[in-house]
Structures are given as C-alpha cells and as structure tokens.
Design a protein around this ligand. Structure first.
Ligand code: 5GP
Ligand code: ZN
Length: 124
C-alpha cells in the first residue's frame, strides 16, 4: 500500500479540508455527486465554471489515486464531464495540480473543472 495514501477513515483525515467537506463537517456548494465522488464549487473561482471533483476516499494526489484506484480516477473525469454539461456547454479543462510547485495547496486529490468561457493558455 502506498505510504502517502489512506482511506477517509484514517486519522489524518480529521486534518484534511476535503475529507471534512466530504464528511459534511464543513459546508460546500455541492453541484453533483457520483457513487464515490462529490463536485462542489471552488471557493475562489477562476472562471464562470470552476468546480472541484473530489473522491470521498483520501488520496494525496492524482499519482497516488491512479496507482491505487484507476476506476475512481475515471469516475472523477466522468463527474467533471457531467458538471460541464449541466452547468456550461460541455467543454472544460480538467486540472490536477500535483505538488506544491505545481500549485497544489490541498493534498486530497481534486480535479479543477474549468470552463464556461473561452480559456487562455498560460500555465507559467
Ligand atoms: P489546489 O491549489 O490544491 O490545486 O486547489 C485547491 C482549491 O481549493 C483552490 O482552488 C481553492 O480556491 C479551493 N479551496 C480552498 N479552500 C476551500 C474551501 O474551504 N471550500 C471550497 N469550496 N474550495 C476551497
Ligand atoms: Zn482528505
């Protein structure tokens, strides 16, 4: 088992912002749910559509998730597509920041579903 991943029931989940949102201990503007993931609006939106797709189960980042449960990663992609269809025109950018230098600030894997407008391309 990867040392950086754990289930939502693990002790560190109490200190994880997104585990607490998944558990309902912190509020979030939920827009959709799948069997094992949740989609809620980003608190600081960068585009007209900016939703986070988050698995219930805690994994630190997408590398850990892909190794541990690729089916769950596919579920995140499907949920992002559903949200983009329901709240925008179906086109979207899916961003998975991985590591602090890449912009990751919450270390519970999440995809940014961004769209609702013409998007530029300027990652650095
Ligand atoms: P990261 O920087 O890890 O790729 O993305 C974390 C995202 O979580 C940021 O876009 C940030 O605005 C969002 N965020 C941080 N705290 C909260 C919160 O309490 N609620 C919601 N809905 N989003 C949050
Ligand atoms: Zn977590």
């Amino acid at each position: 088992m990867p040392t950086t991943s754990s289930t939502a029931a693990a002790p560190e989940a109490a200190d994880c912002l997104f585990c607490r949102i998944v558990a309902g201990d912190l509020p979030a503007e939920v827009v959709a749910r799948s069997v094992r993931a949740i989609a809620f609006k980003d608190i600081a939106p960068q585009a007209p559509l900016h939703v986070l797709v988050v698995p219930h189960e805690h994994h630190d980042d997408v590398v850990d998730l892909a190794a541990a449960d690729p089916t769950l990663l596919a579920e995140l992609v499907a949920l992002g597509s559903q949200v983009a269809q329901e709240l925008a025109d179906g086109q979207f950018r899916l961003v998975l920041n991985t590591g602090a230098r890449a912009g990751q600030s919450v270390f519970h894997v999440h995809g940014h579903v961004i769209g609702g407008t013409e998007l530029g391309w300027s990652p650095a």
